[in-house]
Design a protein around this ligand. Structure first.
Ligand code: ADP
Ligand code: MG
Length: 322
């Protein structure tokens, strides 16, 4: 059996890349980061617990990817460039057949974003992965939740609901043919964080959030923190290609409140539409305009005919009463 320190040395210690913002990585009491002049550090933590955020026995390579992806998604939502991350890992056993693919999946995504693993903690316990990411964003340019203005357009990146559709099929909540499940599952297991879009939206978007808990709930955070309300066309939401083949009621529910989408919801003044579309092109990320910010608080949903409609399902909350 590997010792704790052999495990860290073998799977989680790599030389720092030249030009890294980290000046000291794994191996000392702390890592050292040197953010560039004029930059603020953006810091976020997301923890994934077996049986809660992922199924027991989940593919370790996909899990390594996803644990970092959900954290990078928070940097994206802030308009921050990834610099480094730490990894706190509770493992039931030092199983190399699990550790090798987990590290490989995680580092493949880290390398794609130039994000350096600089430290962490390793302990025995129920499988839990907690990552803290560090990014940088120029002072005054972070995409806060609190800055949406009355009259702003509301936008969302990519498509919605595929992850929730795959989860429902895997949990036996609905029947999905094998080809459809294979098409939807990558959205659940291997989301691509919208880092490039977040960077391109600096100075363009007024507010942004990632919609990991579902569009209605997460847009609700923007509305509350900005002291505004919104109207959203529920039939105009960009359903993912597999979800688009499902009954309309399911499309609505999973688009507005599915969760696990890792897309960005953001607001921008209508005068900035051309700039939003340029940011989308520059980052090769599709975006859709889904609604408008209004003064009256709360989220109002309308259907294709403009009739008010109810929220079909609520967003995710770990401590909500059943
Ligand atoms: P300390 O006792 O000072 O907290 P540890 O013995 O926990 O240090 O860790 C030794 C070194 O290994 C530290 O630099 C720590 O950041 C790093 N480390 C521990 N676990 C991990 C991990 N899972 N991934 C990356 N680095 C780790
Ligand atoms: Mg420690």
């Amino acid at each position: 059996m590997l010792s704790e320190f052999d495990l860290i040395a073998r799977y989680f210690t790599r030389p720092l890349r030249p030009g890294s913002a980290a000046t000291l990585g794994v191996g000392d009491d702390c890592a050292l980061l040197a953010p560039a002049a004029g930059m603020q550090l953006a810091i976020s933590t997301d923890m994934l617990v077996e049986g809660r955020h992922f199924f027991a026995g989940a593919d370790p390579a996909l899990l390594g990817h996803k644990c970092l992806a959900v954290n990078l998604s928070d940097l994206a939502a802030m308009g921050a460039r990834p610099l480094a991350f730490t990894l706190a890992l509770a493992l039931p056993a030092a199983d190399e057949a699990w550790l090798a693919p987990f590290a490989q999946g995680m580092f493949a995504l880290a390398d794609l974003h130039g994000c350096e693993l600089v430290g962490g903690d390793t302990t025995r316990g129920p499988l839990t992965v907690s990552i803290t990411v560090f990014g940088e964003v120029p002072k005054e340019q972070a995409l806060r939740r609190s800055n949406a203005r009355v009259g702003d357009d509301i936008w969302v990146s990519g498509t919605l609901g595929e992850a929730r559709l795959a989860l429902a099929a895997l949990a036996g909540e609905l029947a999905l043919d094998a080809a459809s499940l294979a098409a939807a599952a990558p959205c659940l297991h291997a989301p691509a964080p919208r880092v490039a879009l977040g960077l391109a939206l600096r100075g363009v978007a007024s507010a942004a959030i990632d919609i990991s808990d579902g569009l209605a709930g997460d847009l609700g955070h923007i509305l509350k923190q900005s002291g505004v309300g919104a109207v959203v066309d529920i039939d105009g939401l960009p359903a993912g290609p597999t979800l688009a083949l499902q009954p309309p009621a399911l499309q609505r529910a999973y688009c507005i409140a599915g969760g696990d989408d890792y897309e960005l919801c953001f607001t921008a003044a209508p005068e900035r539409r051309a700039d939003v579309l340029a940011a989308a092109r520059a980052s090769a990320t599709p975006v859709s305009r889904i609604g408008v910010i209004e003064a009256a608080p709360g989220l109002r949903l309308v259907d294709a005919a403009g009739r008010p409609c109810q929220l079909p399902m609520t967003s995710f909350d770990h401590f909500a009463s059943p």
